[in-house]
Write a protein that binds this ligand. Structure first.
Ligand SMILES: O=C(O)CCC(=O)C(=O)O
Ligand SMILES: [Fe+2]
Length: 273
């Protein structure tokens, strides 16, 4: 059963920081901590500006191609949408420019949250940060995700090795991070829920609900931690650990999101969605 744990009692596994650092990234990648939280990472003035542009251009976000039954919209596209529909691969690999333009438009005159994040990664990681490629093609750099009220985003894992089953062994991440920079959360709810548990390919088969790669929370053998992301906050978790977004009311929940792969201290971090 999920248990609500006060974050203050979890300072060992939830690392609060005023800025992203090499040490906290290393600790997260190595599994020594579960979460990095950087409140006020992105300016609240810029958050408001982007939100008002998004609100006035609601049509620029669309539902996930493979999950139209969920009240979750995105600007951009995630690779996993192509998993069972290979005809979307061309669209996926040719949408980066359009995505960049749309994001720059809604963020103008501010630097986009993803750009700030990638610059930070590149500056603080000794081998830098670079876009993830697949068969020499750049992947999409990230997306903007909008969750409408009352919509649960059920427990799941995000793993490049599952989305790309034939990924060469040398390209397997040692760990994969989910990165979110939040622009707005619901008044009530909208917590990010995380379990310190990453079922492997065999274990996970017993946990699936049957819808997408979602997991039955009643079958998860450990308790969860919930944290409520705030506007402007950057949060990183290991995306192979089970995680979910609790439903909420009062507004909608908007975040810029991408993944990052760690392949060792001497290798560049890569990012994509
Ligand atoms: O919106 C969130 O808090 C997390 C969403 C998620 O599942 C992810 O970024 O992988
Ligand atoms: Fe996720």
């Amino acid at each position: 059963m999920a248990t609500m744990i006060d974050c203050d009692s979890n300072h060992d596994i939830v690392r609060f920081s005023t800025e992203l650092t090499h040490q906290s990234l290393s600790d997260l990648c190595n599994g020594d901590i579960l979460v990095i939280r950087v409140p006020n990472y992105y300016s609240s003035i810029a958050c408001e500006k982007i939100l008002s542009n998004l609100d006035s251009e609601q049509k620029i976000t669309e539902k996930y191609d493979n999950a139209p039954e969920l009240d979750i919209y995105r600007l951009g596209m995630a690779y996993f949408e192509t998993r069972f529909n290979k005809s979307l691969l061309d669209t996926y690999f040719s949408s980066s420019d359009k995505f960049h333009e749309a994001v720059e438009d809604i963020c103008y005159p501010h630097t986009t949250p993803l750009e700030e994040f990638v610059k930070d990664l590149d500056d603080l990681w000794p081998a830098g940060a670079t876009i993830q490629t697949l068969e020499d093609k750049d992947m999409m750099p990230g997306l903007v995700r909008v969750i409408l009220q009352d919509q649960l985003f059920p427990p799941h894992q995000d793993m490049l090795t599952r989305d790309v089953p034939d990924l060469p062994k040398k390209d397997h991440p040692i760990s994969q991070l989910a990165v979110n920079i939040y622009l707005r959360n619901f008044e009530e709810g909208g917590e990010l829920e995380i379990w310190d548990y990453a079922p492997d390919d065999t274990e996970v088969k017993q946990l699936y609900t049957g819808a997408h790669d979602f997991i039955d929370r009643n079958k998860i053998p450990v308790s969860s931690l919930t944290i409520k992301p705030q506007a402007g906050e950057l949060i990183l978790i290991q995306s192979s650990k089970l995680h979910s977004v609790r439903p909420g009311t009062g507004g909608n929940r908007v975040a810029f999101s991408c993944f990052s792969a760690y392949r060792g201290e001497d290798k560049p971090l890569t990012y994509w969605i």
